[in-house]
Write a protein that binds this ligand. Structure first.
Ligand SMILES: [Zn+2]
Length: 151
């Protein structure tokens, strides 16, 4: 069995006979430990190996070119996603109380929709987690299923 591995040192793809324990990188002479290396493509035929290496090399080149642009977008999105739940998660008892007071203001009960709207939480699980936290801390209670009231 042959496979395509990427040199951990110079990040170039090369073909290797996977029955060997190690292979030496042709570019930087680094000894790649094949038992630990990630194999990106496998093939039974040695003839297909250069083609597989070439494809992996192209893929690596594309990845490197895309790197700055690709990195920026998912990172921004990831931080946005973690920010909102984090904000709700980070609320201390005082803040939970004041939030519950606001939610309960002018009405007898509030529900998960109110929580969602007031904090602009996108995911139901974040809403549920916040409600659970308020219930857990004794800030609110649930007189009826799905209805909450400040203690
Ligand atoms: Zn190398």
């Amino acid at each position: 069995m042959f496979g395509v591995v990427v040199c951990p040192k110079c990040h170039r793809a090369r073909g290797a006979d996977l029955s060997n324990q190690t292979t030496r990188c042709a570019h930087c002479s680094h000894i790649i430990d094949l038992s630990k290396a990630r194999v990106y493509a496998r093939t039974d035929s040695k003839e297909k190996l250069p083609e597989a290496v070439r494809r992996m090399t192209e893929k690596l080149a594309v990845n490197i070119e895309d790197y700055p642009a690709e990195r920026k977008r998912p990172l921004a999105r990831a931080s946005e996603q973690t920010k909102k739940p984090k904000k709700a998660d980070a609320l201390n008892l005082e803040e939970l109380r004041s939030l519950a007071t606001d939610l309960n203001r002018g009405k007898e009960y509030f529900d998960s929709k109110d929580v969602q709207l007031s904090l602009k939480l996108e995911r139901d699980e974040d809403v549920q987690r916040l409600i659970d936290k308020m219930l857990d801390r004794g800030v609110i209670f649930q007189p009826q299923a799905g209805r909450f009231r400040i203690v």
